[in-house]
Design a protein around this ligand. Structure first.
Ligand SMILES: Nc1ncnc2c1ncn2[C@@H]1O[C@H](COP(=O)(O)OP(=O)(O)OP(=O)(O)O)[C@@H](O)[C@H]1O
Ligand SMILES: [Mg+2]
Length: 426
């Protein structure tokens, strides 16, 4: 992406030192062409400047700044505007967006983050963002075609493990009828997706944040409705807006899903950059996982962006890891053993990565998180980031693979045959 030539207009309502601290140093990506005090002087200087982005710094509520934004847009409608607001008051952010600004950064903020917002605003205006997901954070959709395979266990631990690794993580509970993320994370829902859907009006990041709940790990959670009958109020259109807003303000978005391909699951697969399929070692789950993988292939989802997590991987179901590979056509990327600790962590509402950091299950979830937090996954110009190399090499063998005895092998062959039969019946 070419360097973003930026001009900063500083209104008198903001502390200039706070603005200076937030501005990225000129680099190969951002070039600050000028920082001008006073909007009137800025207006004059703006006339000559060959700039790609206009940043307007102001205090918590400045009508002058709003007027300035509107005038600048009238003059050059195609030029993106980012507002740097100190102590932004309720309602001001909405008015800034109504005036036509592309994004708002609340000061103080780190120069890295500000640089990211500048680049994103330019990329969006160039129309490239919608086409290729430019500068949108990765979104990982956790799927399991069959109920009870460990999707909620996985999404909650994955989100918390990434937050512990320093990422700004948003977690959405898309199991709209029977969402368990709140219980699993020990959260009491004050507001849920249902309240958001009922609120009406336009949606922006500031408003969305007020419907999210904080987890102690730093993960921000958008909880599922508390009653099944509230699910129908949450439209797919609303969810699309939510995904897009979250992906532009978090480092990574994790989505927990209900079993099956419901319309909201399909919508989230559509915009996800990565999928994590959670399967188990019994023949029905494997059959459904296989069908799920085939469905994703039909949907045109790139296999390289799918991770396969095998939960309860140590269960003695007569199916070995090799059988899994034969049936699914790929080896699992991560293995999570069955354990009492895991079950207890879910009942207690404390994710296993916090409750028992050194357990095998925790290690497996951290390993999964690491595949998504590797540098190649960071928001980048191609947006999604390629699956990191470490992922393909990272088959966790939390448990060494059991070598079946001859009579066991015969049983295993039966199991593989049974799964094949189940698949033929579809
Ligand atoms: N590795 C494990 N060890 C022990 N118990 C587990 C393990 N994985 C899952 N469980 C138990 O299985 C139950 C189902 O797990 P979870 O809620 O994560 O599944 P799910 O796929 O989200 O289910 P649903 O399809 O109903 O949403 C939980 O109550 C949990 O205690
Ligand atoms: Mg669940």
């Amino acid at each position: 992406m070419p360097v973003v030539r930026t001009f900063v207009a500083v209104d008198s309502s903001v502390d200039r030192a706070v603005v200076q601290e937030a501005l990225p140093a000129s680099s190969g990506e951002i070039e600050i062409l000028g920082v001008i005090n006073g909007l009137e002087d800025s207006w004059n200087a703006l006339q000559e400047a060959p700039i790609d982005l206009l940043a307007v710094a102001c205090g918590g509520h400045s009508d002058r700044a709003l007027y300035f934004i509107e005038s600048a847009l009238k003059q050059r409608p195609e030029r993106p505007i980012v507002v740097l607001a100190e102590n932004a008051q309720n309602g001001f952010v909405r008015r800034v967006f109504e005036a036509g600004a592309d994004d708002v950064v609340s000061l103080p903020e780190s120069p890295d983050r500000v640089a990211f917002v500048f680049q994103k605003a330019v990329a969006r205006r160039q129309g490239a963002a919608t086409a290729s997901g430019i500068a949108q954070a990765p979104m990982i959709c956790v799927l399991g075609p069959k109920g009870g395979t460990g999707k909620t266990l996985t999404s909650s631990n994955l989100a918390v493990a990434m937050a512990m690794a320093g990422k700004k993580v948003a977690l959405i509970d898309l199991d709209l009828q029977f969402g368990d993320i709140g219980l699993t994370l020990g959260l009491t829902p004050q507001k849920t997706l249902y309240d958001l859907a009922k609120s009406g009006g336009s949606l922006d990041q500031e408003k969305l944040e007020t419907y999210m709940t904080n987890h102690v790990s730093g993960v921000r959670v958008l909880l599922a409705p508390t009653r099944p009958d509230q699910a129908s109020f949450v439209s797919v259109d609303l969810l699309r807006d939510v995904f897009s807003l979250l992906r532009s303000s978090y480092d990574v978005v994790v989505v927990d899903t209900p079993p099956g391909f419901t319309s909201e699951v399909i919508a989230s697969i559509d915009v996800s950059t990565h999928l994590c399929i959670v399967g188990m070692l019994d023949s029905l789950s494997l059959k459904n996982t296989k069908l799920g993988l085939e469905t994703l292939e039909l949907m045109g989802y790139d296999d390289g962006r799918i991770s396969l997590l095998l939960n309860r991987s140590d269960s003695r179901m007569g199916i070995t890891e090799d059988d899994v590979e034969t049936i699914l056509g790929r080896a699992p990327d991560v293995l999570v053993p069955s354990s009492r600790e895991v079950a207890k962590s879910m009942t207690d509402g404390v994710p296993i990565v916090l409750a028992a950091e050194r357990s095998e299950a925790s290690q497996a979830f951290r390993q999964l998180a690491a595949t998504y937090t590797a540098p190649a996954m960071a928001p980048s110009q191609n947006g999604a980031g390629e699956p990191s190399e470490s992922k393909s090499k990272s088959k966790s063998k939390s448990k060494s693979k059991p070598k079946p005895k001859p009579d066991q092998q015969a049983k295993n062959d039966d199991q593989v045959g049974r799964v094949r039969q189940l698949l033929r019946r579809q």
